[in-house]
Design a binder for this molecule. Structure first.
Ligand SMILES: Cc1cc2nc3c(=O)[nH]c(=O)nc-3n(C[C@H](O)[C@H](O)[C@H](O)COP(=O)(O)OP(=O)(O)OC[C@H]3O[C@@H](n4cnc5c(N)ncnc54)[C@H](O)[C@@H]3O)c2cc1C
Length: 417
């Protein structure tokens, strides 16, 4: 393993550090206090757009090259050949940028303009023409633009094979009908990648991915959820009520799905191989924030008579720090494999399995060090405790990652519900 962090990545992390200190942390706290997401017309987002941040995650795609290199299959969940989206180093950059942004505020970080979770499926499944058209808005630096991803439905979360949003083809293109939920940033998205099925009875064989543009008649945001944390961005339920889409909205085009019967499902899984290390790294960012608070408190606040309590706290913190370092390396390795065009499904799931509990433990340790102060409403630790839980859920829960890992390492699909 030869992980090298290039100059461009170091600069990107530095930019996010500056943005984080000056904007993400204060805006995230404000959103949490008011229980309102940062509005899309906030001048901060214009600054972000001007900085070129929206190119983040697009790698060489962001600069308009084809990026259509073929790479080996992404492990058991990514069968068939796939395109390698982005340039060498872009997955690692995404992970390190996500970690740094989440150190300052994970909610505000996710609210930043850019293709978000919609980017990986477009990069990995889309035709060259689709990538060109859909990613073009992110290359301009004049105005903030968002995209989103929608797989989850009221009856299909962990088991994505159960989606029922229906895609029917006719002479003019496609008609989509159904409901999606928990789609992050969808209320402000220019387009949303929507996974639908030709027929729910087909299970994984029926999956197709579409790009639904914001103004499509029948696309309607029904509800923005009130989350316990991460309030800086919107997570919404939306309806697709007979949305008529042109043929070109089918991600990858017809030929993409002819390669194998489960190509649509595999496309989603291969996108998860790119996004799971990012979500895991966001957990690392939250963990670092909690660790810094605890370590800072221990350095400054402990009275001499609290010697034994301090020693116990230090032991806990050393363990927290160890887990942060391990989680960080796991995220980097999963991203590095992706950048090398190598299978990373196992490593992506292992990082996602490991990092959120490590982050939870870090937040709990910080709360313990702070004592009563840690549970006060205006304490950052109290907010981190509410923010961190979702890291366990998004892009597959602990139980789902265990199933993936056990399938890879033991050869048996892991414990079921
Ligand atoms: C803040 C937030 C943002 C999100 N953003 C997006 C987004 O942008 N786009 C999107 O599509 N989705 C998004 N999601 C949805 C998220 O991916 C799902 O919540 C997640 O996949 C779990 O699905 P579920 O909530 O339906 O839980 P369920 O699938 O109903 O699971 C409930 C519980 O059962 C367990 N379980 C389920 N199946 C098994 C099994 N076979 N074996 C053992 N245990 C099992 C789960 O681990 C979980 O603990 C978001 C969710 C949150 C909280």
């Amino acid at each position: 393993m030869d992980i090298q962090i290039d100059e461009e990545t170091l600069k990107a992390v530095e930019l996010v550090r500056t943005i984080g200190r000056e904007f993400l942390r204060p805006l995230g706290l404000e959103a949490d206090r008011t229980n309102r997401p940062i509005p899309p017309d906030h001048p901060f987002y214009e600054l972000v757009a001007k900085s070129g941040y929206m190119l983040q995650g697009l790698g060489s795609e962001g600069r308009g090259s084809s990026g259509s290199e073929r790479a080996p299959a992404g492990g058991a969940s990514g069968g068939g050949s796939r395109r390698r989206g982005g340039s060498r180093g872009s997955a690692l950059r995404n992970v390190l940028v996500a970690e740094e942004g989440s150190y300052w505020d994970r909610g505000a970080m996710v609210s930043l303009p850019g293709p978000g979770l919609g980017g990986p499926p477009v990069l990995r499944m889309g035709t060259e023409a689709q990538r060109e058209r859909l990613l073009a808005p992110f290359r301009q630096r004049e105005r903030p633009v968002w995209a989103a991803f929608a797989m989850t439905e009221p009856g299909a979360g962990s088991d994505v094979a159960r989606i029922t949003t229906r895609a029917v083809r006719d002479a003019d293109g496609w008609v989509l009908t159904g409901q999606k939920m928990y789609s992050s940033n969808s209320p402000r998205a220019e387009w949303v990648v929507v996974f639908a099925t030709l027929d729910p009875a087909l299970g994984r064989d029926g999956h197709r991915a579409f790009v639904v543009e914001r103004d499509t008649p029948g696309f309607e945001i029904l509800r923005v959820e009130h989350k316990m944390g991460l309030r800086a961005y919107e997570t919404a339920t939306f309806a697709l009520d007979g949305c008529r889409l042109p043929e070109e909205s089918l991600l990858g085009g017809q030929e993409y799905y002819e390669a194998s019967s489960q190509r649509g499902f595999e496309g989603a899984m291969s996108s998860f191989n790119a996004t799971r290390p990012i979500i895991a790294a966001m957990g690392v960012g939250i963990a670092r924030a909690a660790y810094d608070i605890a370590a800072g408190t221990l350095k400054e606040d402990f009275a001499p008579h609290a010697f034994h309590r301090r020693r116990r706290a230090l032991e806990t913190l050393v363990e927290v720090r160890r887990r942060i370092e391990v989680a960080r390396l796991m995220c980097m390795r999963a991203a590095w494999l992706l950048d090398c065009g190598m299978p990373n499904a196992l490593e992506a799931s292992m990082a996602k399995l490991y990092a959120p509990p490590a982050a939870l433990a870090a937040v709990q340790a910080a709360a313990q060090v702070l004592g009563e102060a840690g549970v006060l409403r205006d304490s950052l630790v109290e907010k981190l405790a509410r923010d961190v839980k979702a890291m366990d859920i998004v892009e597959g829960t602990q139980q789902i990652q265990r199933r993936v890992v056990s399938k890879h390492v033991v050869g048996v699909l892991g414990p079921s519900a």
